[in-house]
Design a protein around this ligand. Structure first.
Ligand SMILES: [Zn+2]
Length: 198
């Protein structure tokens, strides 16, 4: 099961705060016995981390059923777009924070590829946000209301998340909702939850 992951992305922490927030979360996870401070790179395929924390003595309390032994918990800091599912790299849509109009990039099921003319300005803004975190280039103008909003302010589908801190549970049995809610409480921010396969 090593190529499955669950990911919890902090949607609000800044890159500057991410390291400290990650350390606090790991302190808590170690105290709870979910992971240890020991790290290992086996059975994980993270795009951004080479090693993760190995499961602790009470890892089973974080999952719905302890059907198999989990792999490492990788902690990813830095501004990235995180994608769930099977590794598609494009979002399906985004919703304007000003007028709530949905801009659709991929017109399922008619198409499985994004409409480049619609998607390109959003992708460019995501890339600018990953590179710089703020500024004119990270804004996207809504086609419906004409308001320019930071790309991180747009509402994205569950499987597409922009965040500077992510926790990737490699090969873990399904995490319990209570555990994910507890981690989210600890972070003190909104989070997105992904399941996927590499
Ligand atoms: Zn709008």
């Amino acid at each position: 099961m090593g190529d499955y992951f669950e990911r919890v992305v902090d949607l609000e922490v800044t890159q500057e705060e991410a390291g400290e927030a990650a350390a606090r979360a790991i302190d808590w996870l170690v105290a709870e016995g979910v992971v240890t401070r020991e790290t290992d790179g086996d059975r994980m395929y993270s795009l951004y981390a080479d090693e993760g924390h190995v499961p602790g003595p009470r890892w089973a309390e974080a999952v719905v059923h302890d059907g198999w032994e989990p792999g490492p918990l990788a902690v990813v800091t830095g501004r990235h777009h995180h994608v769930g599912g099977q590794g598609e790299d494009d979002a399906e849509y985004a919703v304007c924070p000003h007028c709530a109009t949905r801009t659709t990039f991929i017109d399922y099921p008619a198409s499985f590829e994004p409409d480049e003319t619609v998607w390109a300005p959003f992708r460019a803004a995501v890339e600018a946000w990953e590179a710089t975190g703020a500024g004119e280039a990270t804004l996207v103008t809504c086609g419906a209301c004409g308001t320019a909003s930071p790309v991180t302010g747009w509402q994205w589908p569950d499987e597409y998340a922009l965040g500077a801190l992510a926790f990737e549970f490699w090969g873990w049995p399904p995490l319990s909702d209570e555990f994910v809610a507890g981690l989210t409480d600890r972070l003190g921010h909104r989070t997105a939850r992904h399941m996927g396969k590499f």
